[in-house]
Write a protein of this length. Structure first.
Length: 320
């Protein structure tokens, strides 16, 4: 994660989208950078790297980091043509920064960095899904008391174009030991199919259990689905997203998906601390891939996505 934090401190150029009623330009090219010394994000001119109290957002005040176009500004005509995967919003009780990155991978890199900083500072980050309405940007909170400022936080995804299906899956940030778990209904019953597919394409960090010449090992990897090749790939979560054939499994070749700790490696001592309800294995004729998700409900969403792809390709579901 050191490279990611270095990148954040160096800063990157984004497009900032403002509420026209504030008197600011509708869009501005800005440099977003993070200062570990200040524990804060700063905005400045692209060619500069300066601190300004008016363009400062404290990490400790961060209440939500939401992927996609969910705020009032991002739903307005000025953002109509933007790629949803390159948009995210940093939200505190008194301000909202709506940012467009150059690439979707750049968004993921910043979110991984924010997650790492929050975790290191003693915050607990879990996945949450809410029914949501319009964000009141003046107040920086969700209406009708859906989440209080002291409790809310996270990174979320909402991709349904139908307002009646407006939902948000998010990472909830709280003091260690007091975070709310992801609801059990975070699966294909609560997310539209397009949201589930977007979640898999964006990727999530899982633990992979592997066997090699030196025995069993485990490590954290970014797992994501590539629509073109219809395959899952995994790579180092701190580096560039890579699609290595060696670290992939094509869904067309999957013969079975086992839930729980049913394979040899997941039944071995190295996986003794793994939570069975978070584990699954994808099996093809030439490889077995063993993953542990962060939550059981995240596993449910992932299995729903696998079923969606298999069904769309005319193949019988192997996930039950």
């Amino acid at each position: 994660m050191a490279d990611t934090l270095k990148m954040m401190e160096e800063g990157r150029i984004f497009t900032l989208y403002n509420d026209p009623s504030t008197g600011k330009l509708a869009t501005e090219r800005v440099k977003l950078w993070f200062s570990q010394a200040d524990g804060a994000f700063f905005l400045c001119a692209p060619e500069e790297k300066v601190r300004s109290e008016s363009d400062k957002l404290l990490m400790a005040s961060l209440s939500d980091v939401i992927i996609g176009k969910h705020t009032e500004v991002f739903r307005s005509p000025i953002a109509a043509d933007l790629d949803v995967d390159r948009c995210f919003s940093l939200i505190t009780p008194d301000k909202v920064w709506n940012l467009e990155a150059s690439t979707a991978d750049e968004v993921i890199a910043w979110l991984l960095g924010i997650n790492a900083i929050l975790t290191q500072s003693g915050k607990r980050v879990t996945v949450e899904e809410d029914e949501t309405e319009e964000l009141d940007e003046a107040e920086g909170e969700w209406p009708h008391g859906s989440r209080s400022r002291s409790q809310s936080a996270g990174t979320g995804t909402h991709l349904s174009a139908d307002p009646s299906e407006r939902r948000r899956s998010s990472l909830r940030i709280s003091e260690a030991g007091r975070g709310a778990p992801i609801p059990a209904n975070f699966d294909n019953q609560s997310l539209p199919p397009e949201d589930i597919m977007r979640l898999m394409k964006q990727g999530r960090i899982f633990t992979i259990y592997e066997s090699g010449s030196r025995g069993h090992s485990k490590r954290d990897v970014l797992v994501f689905f590539d629509d073109r090749s219809r395959a899952f790939f995994w790579c180092d979560p701190e580096g560039v997203r890579r699609q290595s054939p060696e670290h992939s499994i094509a869904l067309a070749e999957v013969t079975d998906v086992y839930l729980g700790k049913q394979t040899d490696i997941l039944s071995s001592p190295i996986a003794a601390q793994a939570i069975e309800d978070h584990c699954f294995s994808m099996i093809s004729n030439d490889k077995t891939v063993n993953f542990e998700t962060r939550t059981h409900s995240e596993l449910n969403a992932w299995l729903s996505g696998i079923n969606l792809v298999l069904t769309a390709t005319g193949k019988k579901s192997c996930c039950g």
